[in-house]
Each structure stands twice: as C-alpha cells, then as structure tokens.
Design a protein around this ligand. Structure first.
Ligand SMILES: [Zn+2]
Length: 329
C-alpha cells in the first residue's frame, strides 16, 4: 500500500525553495490524468483542480525543500554558502549537497575550535575543483543546492531527504488518485517557498479564495531520547493540528478531521506545537479569513538529509484525507 517508488521519486527530485521546476514536473506527471484542470501560477505553485459544486477546499502541500546558496568562491575552488530555509551547521557538517546540474559537494568547517559555536559562514563546500576557474565551470554565485542522500527502507518507516514536505505531496497525490468523486470543489496546491515564509501559499490562497483549507506537512516528534516534551509519536497516526506558531486551527476544521477519523476507525493523534508553522498559517489569514486546519506527519530529524516517517502514519493520512474530502463539507 505504501508506494516506495513514488516517495523515492518525490524525495530525490531537486527543489530548494525558489527552484521548484524539477519537482513540479514530477508532480505534474503524477496528477495530470487524475484531475480536471492543472495550472502553474506566477509564483510557481502547481494547482490541480477536481471540479465539484460544493465548497471550495484548498489542500496545500509544499514542494520546496531547504537548501544552500553560493555566496563566494575562493582561489582554491572552495565554495562559501548561506542557507535557504532552516539549515543547521551541525547537521550539515560532513553531508553532501547536490546542485541542479548534478554537481555534488561535501560540507566542512575551517577549524575544530569552531565546533561549539559553529556557523555556516565558518564552513565551506568542496566540489573537487582544483581552483576557482575550474569551480566556476560547475557552479556560480547564487547557485543553489539541496541535500543529497539515499532513501533507506527501514521496514515500518522510511528515511530520506526532503520528506519535509514531499511526504505531504505524496499524500496529496495518492488522495487525488484515490478520490473518485467529491461533492466539493478541490484545489490541490503544491506550493513554493514554504521554507522561506509560506510565500507561495499566501498568493495561491488569495487567488483561489477557498472556503476551507487543509495543509499537509510534517511535524516534530517527541519520542526520541531526551528530546523536548511533545506529545507526538512516530506510528501513532496522522496528527491533527491544534496549533503551531502560525495558526490556532479553526474548531470546524479540527472537529471535521477528528470526527471523520473516529467514524472510520482511523488512528490519529493531536499536535500541539509550541514552535514552527506551515502553509495554513498564511492561508487562514487570506482575504476575510479561511477556515483552516492541518494534517501533520510525525517526522524525526526534520531538516536533515535523513528524515524519518512512519509508513502506517502516511497510509492513514491518505485514508483520512480521502474520507474528509468525499464528504459534503
Ligand atoms: Zn514543511
């Protein structure tokens, strides 16, 4: 039931925020034969519509991923860089990144003494160039890269890069394929630039004017050794968002998700996040306000090259979303 080939395709696709062309192409090919209309707006959001006569529902999953951007190249061919979205120097140390042309480099730091207060500006990327001239044949200032890692099937769970938020894209795609008909008018929006501040969702919501909105994204887990308290666990079901730092979810949407899960015996947990935000943070404040909520997938090691999610949680999220959208809302 869990489509490992699809998540591999989505995860591996290149798509740091602002550079979503390749991942958009992958998603477009998956959904185009299963919807009534597809379009790409000015910002680059991919909008797939399933027509219906009822309420307008916007389902948002962001296609972009975190990354790095080149700020300088020295005489020896080493690259200096800055972040695109939340990139920690500690988790990126020793990892690989990949540029859109396939160039791969590894991230390291100047001095071990920097370790305690490590900052990205004390780090560099080695792409194997002998000097600046050779480096410039492969990368240029302003070029962007994403993490580079292999997907590992862990049995109950899956580990790879960019599950934030390709797993949300996966849930949207699988739901689109599974939904036969809906009484509602459904706008599946694969948004751009979420990692930089919910930018694509903001303009898409303004244009679509939805009655209701649901975001699909990852959330943090509280079940790893000595991590901070958070009542969200891997394998406990999709998490119905109560709040994060960008939204207090509307009771209508919260109850719709909870009641549908109960009616269909779908396991779920509640997400009360004291930090972070996602696309509905921007969507619910669009125009005169939108009734909004979110389905989150518990994810360990978010914003690292090795994010982990539970296959059952993902399957149950597809099931729950399909049931919710099949209802007359
Ligand atoms: Zn995300």
């Amino acid at each position: 039931m869990f489509n490992i080939d699809l998540i591999k395709k989505l995860s591996y696709a290149y798509g740091p925020a602002g550079n979503e062309e390749a991942i958009r192409e992958v998603i477009l090919n998956e959904v185009k034969d299963h919807v009534d209309e597809v379009s790409v707006d000015t910002m680059g959001n991919l909008i797939a519509v399933k027509k219906g006569s009822g309420k307008k529902v916007m389902i948002a999953a962001h296609m972009d991923e975190i990354g790095i951007i080149i700020t300088g190249i020295d005489d020896k061919g080493f690259l200096r860089f800055s972040n695109i979205g939340g990139v920690s120097p500690f988790v990126s140390l020793g990892q690989k990144v990949r540029f859109s042309n396939g160039t791969i480099g590894t991230l390291h730091m100047e001095h071990m003494e920097d370790m305690k207060h490590l900052k990205l500006e004390k780090m560099y990327i080695d792409i194997g160039a002998k000097d600046k001239e050779e480096a410039l044949t492969k990368v240029n200032l302003g070029d962007v890269a994403c993490f580079h890692s292999d997907l590992v099937d862990l049995g109950h769970s899956v580990m790879t890069k960019a599950l934030d938020d390709r797993i949300g894209c996966y849930i949207a795609i699988e739901t689109i394929k599974r939904l036969s008909a809906s009484p509602n008018e459904l706008y599946f929006v694969f948004t751009v630039q979420e990692e930089l501040g919910l930018r694509g969702a903001k303009t898409a919501a303004f244009a679509i004017e939805p009655d209701l909105a649901i975001a699909l994204d990852i959330t943090s887990c509280g079940d790893m050794p000595k991590c901070k308290h958070l009542a969200v666990n891997l394998h406990d079901g999709p998490a119905i968002k109560i709040k994060d730092n960008s939204i207090l979810c509307h009771p209508v949407m919260k109850n719709l998700l909870i009641n549908t899960a109960k009616e269909n015996n779908i396991p779920y947990q509640l997400e009360v996040l004291t930090f972070g935000g996602t696309d509905v943070g921007a969507i619910h404040l669009s125009r005169a306000g939108v009734i909004s909520g979110a389905l989150s997938i518990a994810c360990r090691y978010a914003h690292t090259p090795n994010e982990v999610v539970s296959k059952d949680d993902v399957n149950n999220a597809v099931e729950l979303l399909t049931k919710v959208l099949s209802k007359e809302i």
